[in-house]
Design a protein around this ligand. Structure first.
Ligand SMILES: NC(=O)C1=CN([C@@H]2O[C@H](COP(=O)(O)OP(=O)(O)OC[C@H]3O[C@@H](n4cnc5c(N)ncnc54)[C@H](OP(=O)(O)O)[C@@H]3O)[C@@H](O)[C@H]2O)C=CC1
Ligand SMILES: CC(=O)N[C@@H](CCC(=O)OP(=O)(O)O)C(=O)O
Length: 329
């Protein structure tokens, strides 16, 4: 039974990473969540203060030691919620152990490993419905958190997907934190200096993710640029029937009216508007004179609405809290 004054214990595997660290910062401010343990191989034995969140952590919390926990050690701890913030391909070892020990209510995986697995809930909370309090019904409730680009695309397309003819064409530009902390050409400062680089120009995993989850054909070309965080997603659409700008704009306003973390505006949104926030801003809707085509832009912070704050939205819903609990002041 969920109580509005309950506190749930949460553990993070992969706390050194960009997303793990954002999660820790949110949990520290959340009224119903508290950190039970955090795991990182490289930072094992170091105090939490090593992560540099000193404004958020009390003096005692700063001294909590980061551990290097094996899958079995993670599973043995009695923890209400376990968040896996690991690179793709590593979750299964942890998931198998957690399921065997049956000590936790919710597992949430940030990677792409379970996005197409019918045993897992996939949820952009404004589009796919996690029923409030669902964690009580199934133990553990397994949630696969959507990808960052995939979230930006789905939020920009969902309200008008039934009007679209052919593919929606999506041109995404991400900050280099999207490529994680493991060195690669896509997060190499020299490579990115004064630069923007396209990659996986067809068949990026998020192309399939959006086409399947939204049941709407899309094509997607990702790019990475020299800024650290944020995604700008420009979506070009053709319509089955000519459309008027105000009809389309009203669709967006109506679709997101009850969802405070998605904002619609006439102006073109920018990454500066969303960085360090849990919001997605959709705007700049421009329709051709004949009404046959339009372009729209969505912007979000890849580490927050694209990952950590969206995970918290899903955890909130699973536990029976309002989706934005702990994310807005
Ligand atoms: N960055 C982004 O914008 C987004 C990322 N995601 C997904 O979230 C997940 C985390 O991403 P991100 O934080 O960027 O990744 P990082 O590369 O920044 O961090 C990865 C984390 O996993 C740990 N780790 C790496 N290898 C292993 C291993 N073999 N065993 C145990 N722990 C390991 C690392 O810590 P240590 O080496 O100390 O153990 C680190 O804490 C990824 O699956 C990513 O695809 C999803 C949406 C957006
Ligand atoms: C700039 C950059 O490299 N971005 C990453 C997206 C990160 C993400 O959303 O990860 P998963 O969906 O794989 O969990 C990429 O294109 O793979």
């Amino acid at each position: 039974m969920t109580h509005q004054n309950s506190t749930y214990k949460l553990g993070i595997v992969g706390v050194r990473g960009y997303v793990g660290k954002e999660l820790l910062a949110i949990v520290e401010q959340h009224p119903h969540l508290e950190i039970a343990w955090v795991s990182s191989r490289q930072l094992a034995g170091k105090p939490l203060s090593e992560l540099g969140l000193t404004d958020l952590l009390g003096t005692e919390q700063q001294q909590i030691l980061i551990e290097n926990l094996s899958p079995v050690q993670v599973a043995e701890r009695k923890t209400d919620i376990i968040v896996l913030a690991l690179p793709n391909g590593l979750a299964k070892l942890f998931v198998d152990a957690i399921e065997q020990h049956n000590n936790c209510q919710v597992i949430i995986d940030l990677s792409a490993d379970y996005r197409f697995d019918s045993q897992w809930l996939y949820s952009v909370p404004e589009i796919h419905n996690i029923k409030q309090g669902q964690a009580e019904l199934k133990k553990p409730l397994k949630i696969s958190n959507p990808g960052c680009y995939a979230t930006a695309m789905q939020l920009a397309i969902a309200p008008i997907k039934d009007l679209i003819k052919g593919h929606a064409h999506c041109f995404g530009v991400s900050g280099y934190s999207g490529a994680g902390t493991t060195p690669s050409p896509n997060n190499d400062p020299d490579n990115l200096h004064e630069n923007i680089i396209g990659y996986k120009l067809v068949e990026h995993l998020h192309e399939r993710e959006v086409s399947e989850k939204l049941d709407c054909a899309i094509s997607f070309s990702p790019h990475v640029a020299s800024f650290f965080r944020g995604i700008n997603m420009t979506v070009q659409l053709r319509f089955k029937q000519p459309q008027k700008p105000h009809t389309l704009f009203n669709r967006f306003n109506d679709f997101y009216a009850m969802h405070e973390l998605v904002r619609c505006q006439p102006e073109i949104p920018t990454i500066q508007q969303v960085v360090n926030t849990p919001y997605c801003v959709i705007g700049g809707l421009t329709v051709s004179k004949n009404g046959n085509r339009a372009t729209i832009i969505s912007c979000l912070d890849n580490l927050l609405k694209g990952a950590a704050s969206q995970a918290i939205q899903n955890i909130n819903l699973a536990l029976g809290f309002d989706t934005s609990t702990g994310l807005t002041n």
